[in-house]
Ligand binder design. Sequence first.
Ligand code: 9MR
Ligand code: 9MR
Length: 848
Amino acid sequence: MQRKLPIAIAAALLIVPLGASVAYADPAEQIINGTFDSGTDPWWWTGNSPASVVDGRLCANIPAGTANPWDAIIGQNQITLQAGESYRLAFSASASVPVTVRANVQLADPPYTQEISETPQLTPAAKDFGYTFTAAADTTGGQVAFQVGGSASAYTFCVDNVSLQGGAPPPVYVPDTGPRVRVNQVGYLADGPKRATVVTEATTALPWQLRNAAGTVVAGGSTTPRGVDATSGQNVQAVDFSGYRTQGKGFTLTADGETSVPFDIGASTAYEQLRADALSWFYVQRSGIEISDAIAPGYGRKAGHLGVAPNQGDTSVPCQAGGCDYRLDVRGGWYDAGDHGKYVVNGGIAAYQLMSTFERTKVAANARPQSIADGTLRLPEHGNATPDVLDEARWELEFMLRMQVPAGQPLAGLVHHKVHDQNWTGLPLDPAADPQPRELHPPSTAATLNLAATAAQGARLFAPYDKAFAAKLLAAAKTAYAAALAHPAVYAPGSDSNGGGAYDDADVSDEFYWAAAELYISTGEKAYRDAVTTSKWHTADIFKPEGFSWGFTAALGRLDLASVPNGLPDRDRVRQSVVDGAKAYLATINANPYGISYAPGTGKYEWGSNSAVLNNLVVIATAYDLTGSADLRNGVATGMDYLLGRNALNQSYVTGYGERSSRNQHTRIFAHQLNAALPNPPKGSLAGGPNSYLQDPLAQKLLPGCAPQFCYVDDINSYSTNEIAINWNSALSWVASFVADQGEGGAPKASACSVRYDTVLNLGGVFIATATVKNTGRQTVDNWKLRFAYTGTQRIELAVNGTAVQTAANVQVTPRDSRLRPGEQTTVVLVGTVPWGPNAAPATFQCG
Ligand code: 9MR
Ligand code: 9MR
């Protein structure tokens, strides 16, 4: 896949618009991250000399009394040297105790042949050192090593600005981007939009042809020049073949002498599969349970972190030194990503999106709840009459509940920010084989509000399936919210990133808004409503180009206030704000020749950009559910094209979907790239995606100067562009589920009846409602039925003038007058109870 080209050609392809001239840089730099601006990678050190970045330098604590210089080392490997070339090694260094160390350039492995071995004399004040040499041998396995052992006394060694200049520029990576005609590699909805992008030097319109699998031209037309696209640096033209609607497999699109990879027309089955795969992905990420190979073929593994050696277990985890004097059983939950950490803030948005995927089926007119019902996903909890998607969300909620500081302890009710390994582990690593001590990190207001929000959301959704669990969730949510109010500014520090991600967030006003919104929707209580309406986020423009994320959750509250029935006085304005936000994202899609829904103001893509693309599609999709406007539905389908291959890299970011899909994501579990005996990530795994900030050493090495869309490499070492993560697959699950519900993307069938639902009495937990159905069609309807789902805890006890059957929250009403002529209507009276919470009318009805 990777070819090596001279830097000039590669730079022209990757960075410089065609026609510009390129100059060679000064002597080539062979050291990566010698300034420690991006942390400690790829530097390593011996276990006796722990190192970290302090004031922008790498500092290590060197122990007393080792025998040899090489008994304590700080180094960087994979250095390329060319025989006969001259090099200069330079650095600045200090030692808290004056000491002479060794600075070597040598082979990293036996026979450890040295090119140079210098003896800088270090003092407490940093000094600059520089040494020039001519390399004796060719190698790609060289090492720069500071051998700092052999000292009688312990000391702190610090180093900065390490540089090894000379030799050939490191080979430049040029991705194989395949044919220049870019399509959704999975396929297009037969009645939906069909757009493609052609990378070309041509600036005037070109002819295009659509061919079926037999090679017959079935449609043709002319491209639309779109100029140079800033997200890729490419000159591009657009193809629109939406008019072709005949379903089939193996179509190709040709323009400018290039032919696309094959794709289908008629993609509803693929999206249905993607919904199931994206959601079933969570099972294999579970901690604390054996993964059954029968359920997830090829992915069976032992339970991780249950305290069975060599695991130290999540069953009795202490706080970090000095944090607390209790231990908690925090088993379960999902591994966050490619690491084995479990983080409440990120668990929050992921669990929210799974629950929202379910709740959408109650409130969106054309959703198909049966697709995520009990027995549909690849997970063990079948036959419990609870939708599988809720079973999966519960796995995380149970973990989050365990992270709450118990009553009687200091800070009771707050929630520990995270639990993870004391130190980073290497790849690959089966969770059950992780020997690191696990530690609870201090509680944070953000984590606390994540529990408050998701437990409140879960309380209303689980109530019809498991009353006791719902009650537990509601109590925990209220306790958490009260604790957050009492401790409103306990922030997780950005520096806490050894052994796990920091997930730092120093503004939790958005988490307060989200939690208040969920508590208000579930309980109807005034205090929460007031917290919603007085939050600055309630009226602010929160649908920003960057999208919502684990760190910015105001939109989660706003979306639910818009889509889930509640008593807010300004609910129409709230709904309109979602529609306005969606229109802005739709305009972004239309403005970009690849149809990308994400266009941050910086012009740079963030870590996990693919989730931002998806989260913006969630807003458009929600607006479609609110309005039924076809351009919004089409916008979501077009937005998915980018993730499934219609992009500058010709890359589908979803494993197993499309001809050229990501498969080497950064993960300790599915690390096939490092060990062929291990599987690749399962079908339906989303890669984080292009990240302009190049926050890992491989990306820094391969992708300097990349245009946003090119800042990605499908390599397991690139964790900042190519990791898997729960909050990314949850976004994929939500959007895939939405698209799957659209069938082939045409307008939903118009209903020939209308429903009116009125609550006529609501007192002391008892209500009377009337449901009136009217035949609005031109034909007489016999035997009609009415179906809806409650979003609260309502239970119908009695129907007058008809019958009502309720399963969980789902109600089917059959009126006594089962024959309605055009224009006729009939009313059924429903008498019910509301064990707790508000009594909102259902959001949508099916009749006929
Ligand atoms: O594997 C880790 C990945 O899950 C994180 O997203 C990333 C950033 O926090 O860190 C990865 O771990 C690397 C660590 O930061 C530095 N040493 C190497 C680790 C594995 O590549
Ligand atoms: O998704 C997170 C991203 O927004 C941050 O910029 C990045 C660095 O802090 O961390 C990402 O989250 C990683 C976490 O820190 C550790 N587990 C893997 C997560 C996904 O890469």
